[in-house]
Design a protein around this ligand. Structure first.
Ligand code: CP
Length: 315
């Protein structure tokens, strides 16, 4: 077992076989995570730095837990409180961390393309934990893995991605991943939050959220990213919730039970009402649970251990 890539920068660079290998490996690690003893010694020869230049709760904790469950030594770096505030550059920061014999870097950065830039300057493997509005590959992998767990093979399954598509790295990585796995994708939301020409990525566009929900098997509802909106793109959050938010009444009016997902953090009452977020149809916490197994699989495969050990050695 090994991937065709040295780094996990984006879903765009992965083959279908890479994605399937990650899922098979994650299945094995999910089994380990359901045991009473969840820790393996597999990566006890490796040190990993999680460097976060943007805030995170889920991704950061999930990577740290995944790395520790595999036995790796882990160091965490946040831009706030670091020497970045004294003017140190990204490259200098990372070279200094690598000088301490770190083997792998997990990075979140507000600048789109930052992980690709880093990959051109360092030897260690890099995992993109979200770069600006570009890609969030492990989120898309855990999303597709969670859909597959509920629906089986995703070929021909219908997924609607709703909300702030324009500023969402989750949307772009999901589109790449779902296209590769043969799912049909619609993006839905206000025209101001849907990029022009997005159909060229092989998706449908629907401005009526109710119609998009009627069409799909899964609705992946996204957060409104106010921090990336530099001018007003809709009147008020209340108006957004009224026209583009997903509520229980809407779900109850559909002829079928669709699956509800959200990458988090949720703006309750804006993109989703609480009774939808906490409903039986919601698999939001399954996504978070699966994130640890997916990130264990990515770290394990990029470390080269899959090639050396073979999948049967896991656990
Ligand atoms: N889904 C996600 O990336 O959440 P965080 O920003 O909390 O990591």
């Amino acid at each position: 077992m090994s991937l065709s890539v040295k780094h996990l920068l984006g879903i765009k660079e992965l083959t279908v076989n890479d994605i399937e290998q990650i899922f098979i490996t994650a299945d094995n690690f999910k089994g380990v995570l359901n045991r009473s003893i969840k820790k393996l010694p597999t990566l006890n020869h490796i040190a990993i730095a999680n460097i976060f230049f943007e805030n995170s709760t889920r991704t950061r904790i999930s990577f740290e837990l995944a790395e520790k469950r595999l036995g790796a030594d882990v160091v965490n770096f946040s831009a706030s409180g670091s020497s970045v505030s004294k003017g140190e550059t990204l490259i200098d920061t990372v070279h200094n961390i690598l000088a301490m014999k770190v083997d792998m870097v997990v990075m979140r950065h507000s600048a789109s393309g930052a992980p690709w830039f880093l990959a051109n300057h360092i030897d260690a493997s890099i995992i993109n934990a979200g770069d600006g509005a570009n890609e969030h590959p492990t989120q898309a992998l855990l999303d597709a893995y969670s859909m597959r767990e509920k629906l089986g093979d995703l070929k021909g399954k219908r997924v609607t991605i709703i909300g702030d598509i324009m500023h969402s790295r989750v949307a772009l990585s999901n589109i790449f991943c779902l296209n590769k796995l043969g799912a049909e994708v619609t993006v839905a939301g206000p025209p101001t939050l849907i990029p022009k020409h997005i159909e060229s990525l092989g998706v449908r566009v629907e401005y009526n959220v109710k119609k998009a929900l009627e069409w799909c098997d899964v609705a992946n509802v996204l957060r409104i990213q106010l921090e990336r909106q530099h001018k007003p793109l809709f009147s008020t959050l209340r108006e957004y919730a009224q026209y583009y938010g997903v509520n229980k009444q809407m779900l109850d009016s559909l002829a079928k039970d669709i699956i509800i997902m959200h990458p988090g953090p949720i703006n309750r009452g804006v993109e989703l009402t609480s009774d939808v977020a906490d409903s039986k149809q919601s698999i939001i916490l399954d996504q978070v649970e699966n994130g640890v197994a997916i990130r264990m699989a990515v770290v394990y495969l990029l470390s080269g251990s899959g090639k050396r050990d073979g999948i049967e050695k896991i656990g």
